[in-house]
Design a protein around this ligand. Sequence first.
Ligand code: NAX
Ligand code: K
Length: 579
Amino acid sequence: MLNGTEILTTAQMRAIETAAMDSGAVTGLDLMERAGAAVAGQIRLRWPKPGQATVLCGPGNNGGDGYVIARLLHRAGWRLRVLGLDNIPGPDAAEMKRRWCEIGPIEALTGDALRRPGESSDVYVDAIFGTGLARPPEGAIADILRYLGGSGGDRAFFRERLVAVDCPSGLCMDSGAFLGRRRQPGDYDLQARLTVAFDSPKPGHLLERGPESCGELVIADIGLQDWRIIEPGRARSLRPPALTAIWPLFAIPDRRRMGFESLKRGAWLAKRESRAGHKFEHGHALIIAGDFGHGGAARLAARAALRAGAGLVTICPPRSAMVEHLGPPDALMRRPVDEAADLARILEDKRITALCLGPGCGVDRAAELLPVALASGRACLLDADALTALAASGLEGLHADCVLTPHRGEFARLFPDLAERLAGPQPPGPTGDPDQQSHDRDAYRAALAGMHGPAFSKIDAARAAAGRAGATVLLKGPDTVIAEPSRARAPRLDRPGRAAIHSAFDVPWLATAGAGDVLAGLITGLLARDLNPFSAATTGAWLHAAAARQAGPGLIADDLPERIPDVLDQAASGAGGDP
Ligand SMILES: NC(=O)C1=CN([C@@H]2O[C@H](COP(=O)(O)OP(=O)(O)OC[C@H]3O[C@@H](n4cnc5c(N)ncnc54)[C@H](O)[C@@H]3O)[C@@H](O)[C@H]2O)[C@@H](O)CC1
Ligand SMILES: [K+]
C-alpha cells in the first residue's frame, strides 16, 4: 500500500505529460513505450512462464499502451491475441499499432471475438480506456466490459487474469464512479487482479468503487518527475510503500505542481510526547457528554483524546449523569454542564484549547450548547448529534478552527444538494454547473451521452462543503476524504484548500459501534495540542486506522485508544509509516 503519496487528477496528469512533451526532452512515443514496458514487466513478474495473453486495445492512447504491451510480451515468448478497433488513433498510438501489425493480426474488438470458444488466455490486458474516458461506454465495448466483469461469464476467472492499464475501463479516474452506472451494491464492476497506473495514483483509484475494481494497484514511474514543479524550499518526499495510506491531494493551478508536504505526524507526535513540559502545554480538551445512559460515546472520545496526547481532558456530562462517569480512566477530569451558561463559565478558562460536541450528546442538548461552543472561538470538533443540530440551525457561526466529521448520512443532512449530486448519475452536465442538474433523472441520464467533464467526486463534495462551512470537513468512509476551506485571504472557489484521501479499505472491521466517537476524540486531542484542523483531521484518521490495523478483526471501539501508544511508538521508529 502507498503512503503519503501525491494524487493527481486526470487534468493534472495531462498537464504534466504535456509539459514533458513540450520540453522536447521526451516524446509521446517514449512515454507510451515506458508505460507499456511497465505493464509488461509487471505481468512477467507475476506470470514468469510465458503463456497466452489477450490484449484489448481501445481507440486512444490507452489502446496505444496495449499495442506496446502486446509487442513486448510477444518478444518475451508469449502467444498473443490482440483485439482492437479499426479507428485511426492519435499519432503515437497509431505508430504503436503499426509496429504491432508487423508482428501479428488485430481482430475486431467485439464481445463475440472475446467469447470465441477455445480462445482462453492466461492474462487479459484491459487497454480500452484510461484517463480519456469521456462518457459511459456503450455498444460492443459496454458488452465486453460487462463480460469481463462477470455477467454471463466466470467472474472469478477474469478476476484472476485481468490486468488493467492505468485503470479498469469505464472507471472514472477523477471520482471512482463507473460512468453512467448508479453506485449501487451488487452491481458487478470490472474487477482487475492488477492495475498498473502511471506516475501517480488518481482519485478514482482510491475512492468509491475504485479500490475494489483496481485490485492490486501498482504505480509505475515513467520518468515524469522533472516536470513536477516543486514549490521553492519544499522538499519532495517520495516514500516507499508502507502500511498505511493517506494521500494528500493538492490543487495545481497553472500547471504547477506543488510538492508533497511530508506529514510526519506520527514521529512529530511521539517527539512531542517525549518533550518535557507542563501538562497545559499539551492543551486541555473538553468532551461534552449526554444524558444518563448515553455516556459511552463521550467516554470513548475522552479516552481517545487522552491517548492522542492532550495534556488534560475533562468530560462534561449533565449533573444527573455524573455518576455514570466515575469509573476509569482516572486521568480524566469531570465537570458538570447542565446548560449553556455552565459551559460558558467553564470556557472562561483560556487554557481550554479544544472541545468535542456531539457523541452521545442528544440533539437538543447539542443544539443548546452549540452557539456557546462556537462563540468561544475554541477549536471545535463537531460530530454526530452536533451535526444534526447544525443541519437544523444552519452553518452560521462555524469558523476555521472547526472540524466537522460527518458520515454520509450526516453529510446529506448538512449539504443535501452536494450529497444528491454525489449519489446521482455521473458525470455532471456539460456546463459543469451543479445547478444545471435536472431533477428528472431520466432526462439527465439521457443527456449523459454527450457529456464531457470530470465527474463529481467525494473530493469535490468535501471541498465544496468545507468552502461553504468555512471549516475542515472529514467525510467518513473506507475512503475518508478530508478537505479544508481555502486558505486564501479572500476564499476563491477555483483555489480550494488542501484535500486528502485516507484509504482504509484494508480494515473493514473498523466499521463498528463507537469507532466514530474514538475518531472524534483523537482529532479533539490533536486540536487541543494545537495541530491545525487539517493536520489534526488527517492525523486523527491515520491514527484511527493504524490502531484498527494493529488490533485486527474482532476489534471493538474500546480497543482503539489502547492501541495508540504502540502506533505512535512504531511511527516514531519509522516502522509504521507516516500519516
Ligand atoms: N499519463 C501518462 O503520462 C501517459 C499516459 N498514457 C496512456 O494514455 C491514456 C490516455 O490516453 P487518451 O487521452 O488517448 O485516452 P484513452 O485512451 O483513455 O481514450 C480516449 C479515446 O476514447 C474515446 N472515448 C472516450 N470515452 C469513450 C466512450 N465511452 N466510448 C467510446 N469512445 C470513447 C475518446 O474519444 C478518445 O478517442 C492513459 O490512460 C494512459 O494509458 C501513456 O501512453 C503515456 C503516458
Ligand atoms: K484500461
